[in-house]
Design a protein around this ligand. Structure first.
Ligand SMILES: [Zn+2]
Length: 448
């Protein structure tokens, strides 16, 4: 709009000037150094206009010639960049598809076309990793770590390589550098823990997890379970070294951190019992039973009464445990076991009966207890054999199942015996998700 207005103003000015010159005719005489030119004012004006146009054209031509090499190299550079970005994209796609050879080829092209940018180095490093060439990956990640903009990514790659090869010495300073750049990164915490777990540095694992829990950098329930596991392993190590006070202190911490961690409760109870605090040991197990009834808790509770030779007394004590979770399958099984030992046949049958009524396929332990009951109470070997046969057909008993690889273990361990996952074992039937519980529609078990 403004341009059009300016054009019309100029056009009007040019027309006015032409009209003015036409209305005021005259001659121009130029006499210079022996040259004499006589012409009209209009012709001189026209000649000046033509001279201006020619000068402008000559200037434009000169500018074109002068900038030609620069423009040519700019076009070439743009072409290289376009091809480099295409190679980079192809490399990223090949990486995502797991095609190591195509990714490395694209990485070489992009490096040649775009030089050492953070993205080309990342592609080169990751494609080298995919191809199993850790030495090349190390070189590229090191180059990235030296550049301020890509340092964090480079350090991540280097730390990953060090953790994978179990090289704690190389990883420690790298982790320190990465923590200074970005302290709260979850992968950094995970790398740090992986290294400490490989070295079985339980007390350092507990410290690191406490820091992470404080900074809310880890899922609370997972973090607490892992910290309790590390504390329990520290306690066990202290007990092995004969440091009973330290062992007790650590076991108490572990139990407090995760009251549902069964091995921490049983270990603490055993330490307390050994230290002469039998009553406190019983309290620990009863509290743990309320949180999650478990056969190992029942076994530990029975072990506390080992000095009491009276089987009836043991049943009486076990009822206290039972009362903590009266509708739980484990409560009924534990009390039935103690009743059988005390030859309280009626009590044993009253505990097992509702379980059999509630489950068409009772568990192996229930079948075996029934077989024992039939044999001992009535000397009914036929009925006992039938229960043994049912036991053989029953579903697998709950076990310690690894959340990482799914393998089942009879004993709890801090590290999975199969895949090495830390604090990954939980108690449930192999292939199932949760603990065994009596059906909710079943009648509450009688309390005597
Ligand atoms: Zn596992």
């Amino acid at each position: 709009m403004i341009r059009a207005f300016a054009f019309f103003v100029l056009l009007a000015a040019a027309i006015s000037a032409t009209v003015w010159v036409a209305n005021h005719p005259g001659d121009v005489i130029i006499d210079w150094q022996g040259y004499r030119i006589e012409t009209s004012l209009a012709l001189l004006g026209f000649a000046l206009a033509v001279a201006c146009v020619v000068a402008a054209l000559l200037f434009a031509l000169w500018q074109g010639i002068r900038h030609f090499p620069g423009r040519l190299s700019g076009r070439m550079r743009e072409g290289r960049q376009r091809r480099g970005v295409r190679a980079l994209t192809e490399g990223m796609v090949a990486l995502a598809a797991g095609d190591g050879r195509a990714a490395r080829r694209a990485a070489r092209h992009s490096l040649a076309l775009l030089d050492d940018t953070p993205l080309t180095l990342l592609l080169a490093a990751q494609s080298a990793q995919l191809a199993g060439d850790d030495a090349a990956a190390q070189t590229y990640f090191t180059a990235m770590a030296e550049d301020e903009t890509s340092a964090f990514l480079g350090l991540r790659g280097l730390i990953g390589l060090a953790v994978r090869s179990g090289d704690g010495e190389a990883a420690a300073p790298l982790i320190e550098r990465a923590r200074k750049l970005q302290a709260g990164a979850p992968w950094l915490l995970s790398a740090e823990l992986d290294l400490l777990i490989t070295d079985r540095q339980w007390s350092k694992i507990a410290e690191t997890l406490q820091r992470a829990l404080k900074a809310k950098a880890i899922d609370v329930s997972q973090g607490e379970l892992k910290r309790a596991t590390a504390l329990l392993e520290s306690a066990r190590a202290a007990a092995t070294d004969g440091e009973s006070e330290a062992a007790l202190r650590l076991a108490e911490k572990a139990h407090k951190q995760a009251p549902g961690l069964i091995p921490a409760s049983t270990f603490l109870a055993a330490l307390l019992d050994k230290a002469g605090s039998n009553r406190r040991a019983g309290n620990v197990l009863r509290r743990a039973w309320v949180a999650s009834p478990h056969p190992e808790l029942a076994a530990a509770y029975v072990a506390l009464q080992a000095n009491s030779g009276d089987a009836l007394e043991r049943v009486k004590n076990l009822r206290k445990l039972y009362d903590g979770a009266p509708d739980h399958l484990e409560s009924a099984i534990a009390l039935a076991r103690a009743a059988l030992d005390a030859r309280l046949w009626g009590e044993a049958r009253s505990r097992l009966g509702p379980i059999i009524e509630a489950n068409r396929q009772p568990s192996r332990r229930v079948c075996l207890l029934m077989a024992e009951l039939e044999e001992k109470q009535h000397d009914n070997l036929t009925a006992a054999r039938q229960w043994f046969e049912r036991a053989a057909m029953s579903a697998p008993e709950p076990a310690w199942v690894c959340g990482g690889c799914g393998s089942a273990a009879p004993q709890w361990t801090a590290l999975c015996g199969n895949c090495g996952a830390f604090a990954a074992l939980s108690w449930h039937a192999p292939g199932e998700g949760g603990p065994t519980r009596l059906s909710s529609s079943s009648p509450a078990l009688p309390i005597s």
